[in-house]
Design a protein. Structure first.
Length: 135
């Protein structure tokens, strides 16, 4: 599989309230503005998802492209957290076996709409980080 040409891109489900709150959490703590964000519902996000085998109509994972490597599920979340100021300790959680981490991730991902709800339209962020959204 060919590498993705952009780096430090977080792919998220733009209609998922939980996922959108994750993006706001990251954007608020990413003081160096390393990460950019793309909703899986956007044309760019759909291309990125398909490139990595994620169904854009039924996404089961977020993804991050960091230092040229694509990370998915719990690896994606921990890679992002571990890159944020004040959060390098989160890298320790990678010591938890991946099957266990991903089982928890999958449980939340499967139930995220039911538990947290959805937006009627894709969340594009507020003005404070809208310039970091890739459409």
């Amino acid at each position: 599989m060919a590498a993705w040409p952009d780096d430090n891109v977080i792919l998220f489900d733009g209609v998922c309230i939980f996922c959108s709150r994750w993006v706001r959490f990251v954007a608020a703590r990413d003081t160096a503005k390393i990460f950019r964000f793309t909703a899986i519902q956007s044309p760019y996000g759909q291309r990125l998802a398909r490139h990595f085998g994620i169904n854009p109509d039924d996404p089961d994972t977020n993804a991050v492209i960091r230092n040229g490597v694509a990370y998915f599920k719990s690896d994606a979340a921990l890679t992002v957290l571990g890159s944020l100021p004040g959060w390098p300790w989160a890298r320790i959680l990678k010591a938890v076996p991946k099957p266990l981490r991903d089982a928890v991730y999958n449980l939340v991902a499967r139930n995220r709409y039911r538990i947290f709800g959805t937006y009627d339209t894709c969340y594009v962020g507020d003005a404070s980080f809208r310039d970091r959204i890739i459409g």
